[in-house]
Design a protein around this ligand. Structure first.
Ligand SMILES: [Zn+2]
Length: 252
Protein backbone atom coordinates (compact mmCIF):
# COMPACT_ATOMS: atom_id res chain seq x y z
CA UNK A 1 0.00 0.00 0.00
CA UNK A 2 1.04 3.53 -0.66
CA UNK A 3 2.13 5.18 2.55
CA UNK A 4 0.54 8.56 2.77
CA UNK A 5 2.65 9.90 5.59
CA UNK A 6 5.62 10.68 3.41
CA UNK A 7 5.69 14.33 2.30
CA UNK A 8 8.18 13.71 -0.44
CA UNK A 9 6.16 10.83 -1.81
CA UNK A 10 3.01 12.94 -1.81
CA UNK A 11 4.71 15.74 -3.67
CA UNK A 12 6.41 13.43 -6.13
CA UNK A 13 3.23 11.56 -6.87
CA UNK A 14 1.18 14.69 -7.29
CA UNK A 15 3.75 16.11 -9.64
CA UNK A 16 4.76 13.17 -11.74
CA UNK A 17 2.13 10.50 -11.59
CA UNK A 18 -1.22 12.20 -11.54
CA UNK A 19 -2.22 10.50 -14.73
CA UNK A 20 -0.73 7.14 -14.04
CA UNK A 21 -2.97 5.72 -11.33
CA UNK A 22 -4.42 3.20 -13.71
CA UNK A 23 -1.00 1.73 -14.34
CA UNK A 24 -0.21 0.95 -10.70
CA UNK A 25 0.58 -2.70 -10.21
CA UNK A 26 1.34 -4.81 -7.16
CA UNK A 27 4.98 -5.16 -6.31
CA UNK A 28 4.82 -8.91 -6.36
CA UNK A 29 3.60 -9.08 -9.91
CA UNK A 30 5.66 -11.34 -12.07
CA UNK A 31 8.53 -9.74 -13.91
CA UNK A 32 7.68 -9.87 -17.53
CA UNK A 33 10.84 -8.18 -18.68
CA UNK A 34 14.36 -8.90 -17.77
CA UNK A 35 17.25 -6.53 -17.60
CA UNK A 36 18.59 -6.52 -21.13
CA UNK A 37 17.10 -9.98 -21.70
CA UNK A 38 19.93 -11.50 -19.71
CA UNK A 39 18.44 -12.70 -16.47
CA UNK A 40 15.23 -14.38 -17.53
CA UNK A 41 15.76 -15.61 -21.01
CA UNK A 42 13.43 -16.90 -23.64
CA UNK A 43 13.77 -20.51 -22.56
CA UNK A 44 11.74 -19.69 -19.46
CA UNK A 45 8.03 -19.81 -20.18
CA UNK A 46 6.08 -17.17 -18.36
CA UNK A 47 2.33 -17.43 -17.92
CA UNK A 48 0.19 -14.35 -18.17
CA UNK A 49 -1.90 -15.36 -15.17
CA UNK A 50 0.14 -17.21 -12.64
CA UNK A 51 3.64 -16.58 -11.42
CA UNK A 52 6.30 -19.02 -12.47
CA UNK A 53 7.30 -21.44 -9.76
CA UNK A 54 9.41 -19.37 -7.36
CA UNK A 55 11.90 -22.16 -6.77
CA UNK A 56 12.62 -22.19 -10.50
CA UNK A 57 13.39 -18.54 -10.87
CA UNK A 58 13.32 -16.33 -7.80
CA UNK A 59 14.29 -12.71 -8.04
CA UNK A 60 17.71 -11.78 -9.33
CA UNK A 61 20.06 -10.35 -6.74
CA UNK A 62 21.22 -6.76 -6.81
CA UNK A 63 24.59 -7.99 -8.05
CA UNK A 64 22.96 -9.87 -10.93
CA UNK A 65 20.95 -6.80 -11.83
CA UNK A 66 24.03 -4.61 -11.71
CA UNK A 67 26.03 -7.08 -13.80
CA UNK A 68 23.28 -7.05 -16.40
CA UNK A 69 23.49 -3.27 -16.57
CA UNK A 70 27.24 -3.47 -17.03
CA UNK A 71 26.83 -6.03 -19.79
CA UNK A 72 24.43 -3.60 -21.45
CA UNK A 73 26.97 -0.81 -21.05
CA UNK A 74 29.60 -2.98 -22.73
CA UNK A 75 27.24 -3.49 -25.68
CA UNK A 76 26.68 0.28 -25.82
CA UNK A 77 30.41 0.99 -25.83
CA UNK A 78 30.95 -1.66 -28.52
CA UNK A 79 28.11 -0.27 -30.62
CA UNK A 80 26.30 -3.61 -30.49
CA UNK A 81 22.94 -3.06 -28.77
CA UNK A 82 20.48 -5.93 -28.54
CA UNK A 83 17.89 -6.19 -31.28
CA UNK A 84 14.47 -5.61 -29.73
CA UNK A 85 10.91 -6.07 -30.89
CA UNK A 86 9.79 -2.65 -29.73
CA UNK A 87 6.20 -3.03 -30.89
CA UNK A 88 5.78 -6.31 -29.05
CA UNK A 89 7.44 -4.93 -25.93
CA UNK A 90 5.28 -1.84 -25.97
CA UNK A 91 2.11 -3.90 -26.29
CA UNK A 92 3.09 -6.21 -23.44
CA UNK A 93 3.63 -3.19 -21.21
CA UNK A 94 0.42 -1.39 -21.98
CA UNK A 95 -1.11 -2.06 -18.58
CA UNK A 96 1.77 -2.90 -16.31
CA UNK A 97 5.36 -2.13 -15.49
CA UNK A 98 7.85 -3.68 -13.09
CA UNK A 99 11.17 -1.95 -13.66
CA UNK A 100 13.69 -3.67 -11.36
CA UNK A 101 16.06 -0.70 -11.57
CA UNK A 102 15.67 3.01 -10.99
CA UNK A 103 18.34 5.38 -12.16
CA UNK A 104 18.79 8.81 -10.62
CA UNK A 105 21.00 10.59 -13.11
CA UNK A 106 21.91 14.02 -14.39
CA UNK A 107 19.71 15.45 -17.15
CA UNK A 108 22.74 15.79 -19.43
CA UNK A 109 21.71 14.97 -23.00
CA UNK A 110 24.70 12.71 -23.53
CA UNK A 111 23.75 9.99 -21.08
CA UNK A 112 20.24 8.67 -21.50
CA UNK A 113 20.17 5.65 -19.23
CA UNK A 114 18.31 3.36 -21.64
CA UNK A 115 21.02 3.97 -24.24
CA UNK A 116 24.15 3.73 -22.12
CA UNK A 117 22.92 0.57 -20.36
CA UNK A 118 21.32 -0.80 -23.54
CA UNK A 119 17.93 -1.40 -21.92
CA UNK A 120 14.48 -1.62 -23.40
CA UNK A 121 10.97 -0.48 -22.57
CA UNK A 122 9.95 -1.29 -19.03
CA UNK A 123 13.47 -2.00 -17.81
CA UNK A 124 14.42 1.27 -16.13
CA UNK A 125 12.53 3.83 -14.05
CA UNK A 126 14.57 6.96 -14.66
CA UNK A 127 14.64 10.14 -12.60
CA UNK A 128 16.73 12.90 -14.12
CA UNK A 129 17.77 16.05 -12.33
CA UNK A 130 20.63 18.26 -13.48
CA UNK A 131 23.44 17.45 -11.06
CA UNK A 132 21.71 14.25 -9.84
CA UNK A 133 20.75 15.55 -6.40
CA UNK A 134 18.00 14.04 -4.24
CA UNK A 135 15.29 16.70 -4.15
CA UNK A 136 11.74 16.01 -2.87
CA UNK A 137 10.33 15.39 -6.35
CA UNK A 138 13.08 12.93 -7.14
CA UNK A 139 12.73 11.22 -3.78
CA UNK A 140 8.98 10.89 -4.24
CA UNK A 141 9.51 9.41 -7.68
CA UNK A 142 11.97 6.85 -6.34
CA UNK A 143 9.66 5.98 -3.45
CA UNK A 144 6.93 5.35 -5.99
CA UNK A 145 9.21 3.07 -7.98
CA UNK A 146 10.24 1.09 -4.90
CA UNK A 147 6.89 1.00 -3.14
CA UNK A 148 4.58 0.48 -6.09
CA UNK A 149 6.61 -0.91 -8.95
CA UNK A 150 8.97 -3.26 -7.15
CA UNK A 151 12.26 -1.57 -7.97
CA UNK A 152 15.10 -3.43 -6.24
CA UNK A 153 18.12 -1.35 -7.21
CA UNK A 154 18.65 2.40 -7.41
CA UNK A 155 21.65 3.55 -9.41
CA UNK A 156 22.85 7.08 -8.64
CA UNK A 157 24.74 8.09 -11.76
CA UNK A 158 27.13 11.02 -11.97
CA UNK A 159 29.20 11.82 -15.02
CA UNK A 160 32.42 13.33 -16.27
CA UNK A 161 32.46 17.11 -16.83
CA UNK A 162 29.03 17.58 -15.27
CA UNK A 163 27.89 21.15 -15.91
CA UNK A 164 25.85 21.30 -12.70
CA UNK A 165 28.77 20.28 -10.51
CA UNK A 166 31.13 22.54 -12.44
CA UNK A 167 28.81 25.51 -11.85
CA UNK A 168 28.42 24.69 -8.16
CA UNK A 169 32.17 24.40 -7.62
CA UNK A 170 32.97 27.56 -9.57
CA UNK A 171 31.57 29.79 -6.85
CA UNK A 172 30.10 32.06 -9.52
CA UNK A 173 26.69 33.62 -9.08
CA UNK A 174 23.92 31.88 -11.02
CA UNK A 175 21.23 33.58 -13.06
CA UNK A 176 18.05 32.74 -11.13
CA UNK A 177 16.67 31.53 -7.79
CA UNK A 178 15.76 28.23 -9.41
CA UNK A 179 19.31 27.68 -10.61
CA UNK A 180 20.52 28.55 -7.14
CA UNK A 181 18.29 25.84 -5.69
CA UNK A 182 19.63 23.41 -8.25
CA UNK A 183 23.29 23.90 -7.34
CA UNK A 184 22.90 24.40 -3.59
CA UNK A 185 22.93 20.68 -2.70
CA UNK A 186 26.00 20.23 -4.88
CA UNK A 187 27.95 22.99 -3.16
CA UNK A 188 28.38 20.84 -0.05
CA UNK A 189 29.99 18.16 -2.23
CA UNK A 190 32.28 20.85 -3.66
CA UNK A 191 33.34 21.87 -0.14
CA UNK A 192 34.12 18.28 0.78
CA UNK A 193 36.03 17.83 -2.47
CA UNK A 194 38.09 20.97 -1.84
CA UNK A 195 39.25 19.48 1.45
CA UNK A 196 40.00 16.02 0.14
CA UNK A 197 40.69 15.98 -3.58
CA UNK A 198 44.48 16.01 -3.29
CA UNK A 199 46.07 15.70 -6.71
CA UNK A 200 42.85 14.58 -8.39
CA UNK A 201 40.92 17.05 -10.51
CA UNK A 202 38.66 19.03 -8.16
CA UNK A 203 35.49 18.95 -10.28
CA UNK A 204 35.84 15.26 -11.08
CA UNK A 205 36.37 14.49 -7.40
CA UNK A 206 33.34 16.64 -6.54
CA UNK A 207 31.23 14.74 -9.10
CA UNK A 208 32.08 11.44 -7.42
CA UNK A 209 31.66 12.96 -3.96
CA UNK A 210 28.22 14.16 -4.97
CA UNK A 211 27.21 10.67 -6.07
CA UNK A 212 28.09 9.43 -2.57
CA UNK A 213 26.27 12.35 -0.96
CA UNK A 214 23.14 11.74 -3.01
CA UNK A 215 23.25 8.02 -2.20
CA UNK A 216 23.40 8.86 1.49
CA UNK A 217 20.65 11.47 1.11
CA UNK A 218 18.28 8.87 -0.34
CA UNK A 219 18.38 6.95 2.91
CA UNK A 220 18.56 9.98 5.19
CA UNK A 221 15.57 11.74 3.63
CA UNK A 222 13.22 8.91 2.79
CA UNK A 223 11.65 6.60 5.35
CA UNK A 224 10.42 4.31 2.61
CA UNK A 225 13.81 3.92 0.96
CA UNK A 226 15.56 3.50 4.32
CA UNK A 227 13.10 0.90 5.56
CA UNK A 228 13.26 -1.08 2.32
CA UNK A 229 17.04 -0.84 2.22
CA UNK A 230 17.40 -1.96 5.84
CA UNK A 231 15.11 -4.92 5.13
CA UNK A 232 17.54 -6.06 2.45
CA UNK A 233 15.09 -5.40 -0.37
CA UNK A 234 16.77 -2.38 -1.90
CA UNK A 235 20.35 -1.72 -2.97
CA UNK A 236 21.75 1.69 -3.81
CA UNK A 237 24.70 1.76 -6.18
CA UNK A 238 26.75 4.85 -6.97
CA UNK A 239 28.22 5.00 -10.46
CA UNK A 240 30.17 7.30 -12.76
CA UNK A 241 29.81 7.69 -16.51
CA UNK A 242 32.81 8.68 -18.61
CA UNK A 243 31.95 10.92 -21.54
CA UNK A 244 35.33 10.08 -23.04
CA UNK A 245 34.87 6.32 -23.12
CA UNK A 246 31.14 5.68 -22.64
CA UNK A 247 32.02 3.35 -19.76
CA UNK A 248 30.04 3.25 -16.51
CA UNK A 249 32.12 2.52 -13.40
CA UNK A 250 30.75 1.50 -10.02
CA UNK A 251 31.70 3.80 -7.16
CA UNK A 252 30.01 2.02 -4.26
ZN1 LIG B 1 25.56 16.69 -15.40
Amino acid sequence: MLRKNSPSLKRGLAHSFRNLRSSLVPTNELWRYDIGNLIYHSNIVISDKTPSTPKNIGSPSAEQIWNSLIEGNKRFVAGKPLARDIVSQRRSLEKTQNPPVSVLSCSDSRLPSEAIFDQGLGDLFVVRIAGNSADPMGLGSLEFAVEQLGTRVIVVLGHQRCGGVTAACSGKKVASPNLKKLIQPIMESCRIAEEKHGSEDLVDFAIKTHVHKTSNDLLARSEILKRTHDAGKLSIIGAYYSLDSGIVTRLR
